[in-house]
Design a protein around this ligand. Structure first.
Ligand SMILES: C[S@@+](CC[C@H](N)C(=O)[O-])C[C@H]1O[C@@H](n2cnc3c(N)ncnc32)[C@H](O)[C@@H]1O
Length: 176
């Protein structure tokens, strides 16, 4: 089997695993931002965008968002509405305070300089961050993620299935 074929199978598996794990993300987190973030007009950045399962879900829901997707590896991005940029989340090629919302799913453990996330969010903007966990370690993972930021925590929770894949998710706001 050639490596491109193997990596395509892995990417497809990864995307469907993520879609299944995060199926409650809209109800539990995104809809709580109604009236605060306009997904169709505001500037949104997805750090470690991978194959863009989240953006695909936005489009399936008829949300015409234009998301900037940053990743160190170029992926074969099949999702409409993603402006894909190859770059490092630790040193981002964006001006300070240039995004209304930053999202980053299951990537924060790979970043060494999470202060970059705070830098690029506008005052009054939001960050939606998640990290892999399980039933035993979720409290420790939650503490670790929260300790990385000087942002106001609005909401936290777990997504996924304890017998399968799980992630801890936290929504922050920058500023009062
Ligand atoms: C576990 S995957 C998650 C992908 C996607 N967010 C998802 O939910 O399917 C982690 C992603 O982070 C990317 N990544 C790793 N280090 C990075 C860095 N320093 N800056 C930006 N992206 C990074 C990887 O290439 C990979 O696409």
């Amino acid at each position: 089997m050639n490596s491109r074929f193997t990596s395509e199978i892995y990417s497809d598996w990864m995307r469907s695993t993520q879609e299944k794990k995060y199926k409650e993300i809209f109800l539990d987190f995104i809809l709580t931002l109604k009236g605060k973030v306009d997904l169709e007009k505001d500037r949104i950045l997805d750090i470690g965008v991978g194959k863009g399962w989240f953006e695909k879900k936005l489009h399936e829901r008829g949300i015409d968002a234009e998301v900037v997707g940053l990743d160190v590896e170029r992926t074969d991005m099949a999702t409409e509405g993603v402006k894909f940029i190859v770059g490092d989340g630790d040193y981002m090629p964006f001006k300070s305070s240039s995004f209304d919302m930053v999202i980053s799913f299951d990537t924060i453990h790979l970043l060494k300089n999470p202060g970059e996330i705070e830098r690029v969010i506008k005052d009054g903007g939001f960050a939606l961050i998640s990290t892999h966990c399980n039933e035993r370690n979720f409290k420790e993972r939650a503490q670790r993620v929260k300790s990385l930021f000087d942002l106001k925590e609005l909401k936290e929770g777990l997504v996924g299935d304890p017998n399968d894949e799980m992630s801890y998710v936290v929504l922050f706001k920058k500023g009062p």
